[in-house]
Design a protein. Sequence first.
Lengths: 304, 319
Amino acid sequence: MAAATIAVPDFSLSPRVDQVGIEERAARFTKRSIKKETKINGLLLTLNMIDLTTLEGKDSEGKVKQMCYKAKHLLDIYPGLPTVAAVCVYPSMVKTAKKAVEGSGVKVASVATGFPSGQAPHKVKIADTKFAVAQGADEVDMVISRGKFLEGEYNFVFDEIASIKEACGDTRLKVILETGELVTFDKVRKASDIAMYAGADFIKTSTGKVTPAATMPVTLVMLEAIRDFYYKTGKMIGMKPAGGISKSKLALHYLVMLNEILGEEWMNNKWFRFGASSLANDVLMQLMKEKTGVYQGRDYFSLD
Amino acid sequence: MSTTTINKETAKAPKLESVQSNGKPKTRLEILKTYKIYIGGKFPRTESGRYYSPENAAKEKLANVCLSSRKDFREAVVAARNAQGDWGSRAAFNRGQILYRIAEMLEGRKAQFIEELMKQDATKEDAENEVVLSIDRLIYYAGWCDKFQQLYSSVNPVASSHFNFSVPEPTGVVSVIAPQSNSLLGMVSVIAPVIAGGNTCVVLASFSKPLCAVTFAEVLNSSDVPGGVINILTGKISEIISYFADHMDVNAIVFCEDDAVTQKMIQEKAAMNIKRVVLYNKINWQTENGQSPYFIMDTQEIKTTWHPIENIGGAKAGY
């Protein structure tokens, strides 16, 4: 509905991206020195932005329950820790997850639309989405049809996102571009623009099933697309880099980038998420290191 | 040739032939080796960018050597941890082969080690003796790799229908402060039993005599030892020993100095994650006392398995 009031531009006019410039700019964010209290606050914020994810063929109810427990009890010996933002599961696990995180404030995100390839008939994608929503998902993570996008069928991609958004209703929609398959930054920029104008609430880099997944340069391209969209329409869009972010230091670099490109309004889990499974433990280890002064070992943290 | 104008840059340089012909006018600048640390199979410089210049008794500068920081140690532990699974689960026989290979490589570079030891105040005789002993020690532990298990395993009598047996297993990542008084033999004598048992290690070399430690890392790098199994740092004990003792991802610490205050500190810090503390007081590594399968057992854990068995023919359990 919001999309209806926004004039849809000609996507062939999406700005071209200077690859060398983007890569150098992204590299510069990694040069900031973040220590002591600032580091601790950054790490706590990182924890609070994590979408704890399990998207395996072998996922079982037990596995999902275990992950949900971890989402609520990251490290009980460390008082005052936030919970993660959400757990991210397959539609068939939404009910289990929803029950497991009840009352904790942790949201349940569900992938849908034939994740991860997106090669399912339109009807199935809509049904998949509606099922996830009916099961109680707070957020839906959809994948775009990369094949159609690369063929140049931008209208198809646009319409598909719009119809999924319609199927979602009030449920927040994250659109996965799968940047690892889009090849160039120009295409990433174009796909971001299409997704945002079609009604995405969030744009997300990757499924986590394709390498490369999230990288800083590609995230920077998407953040700039969000910024330009905000300037044009006044509407805020969220960002979720996913896959490949498993170290705290890298997460802090992403936060620096977020702050410098989009500013403080985006610095919370309503507008920024990390899609990750092993990042949480690394952040916890760093927090314990800051608290105790002693380097930590994996033996003393939960298994992922 | 004579008609061409003279290039001012090259005119003063001696002709190539004149340097090489008799070898007397040494105009060539020698290329000095950069002594770097060894982490995860690579030779980085210390993250801190610091160095020190140890001297020998004649006040000659030995080299510029990395003064490692706690962050180098942290990186080394990560490398050691990543390497431990593979190294610990290899066939013991294969570990023996690799230890033997280290000895082979060391044999081939004997001359270099003797030269370095002599630079660090050893007499020629002592230096030769130390290198030969180091090679022999590696062979000694190469042999023990797949044999100490039989010696220290047991089948235990129990009063129930179980087949009960105990076997040694690697303890994990071991931090080692190498003997400070000698350069090569001490380090080899403490590393070899640790890795023979399937552990990986981070070693702090001798502060005053670090040359052989770095050259030994080059030997390791060319002898089939997977990266990360042995990591060698150079630097000051007092500066980083507390991290060797309190890192939660280190499972045992080996300390070879006769220093009661430091020993107490190590024991206190090691208690945090119940590290195995191994203290070698006054061991003369030059003698037979410097080698024993018991040194392997110092960094092993004993695992006991209770395997249910059928009570056959009313036979009582209990071997």
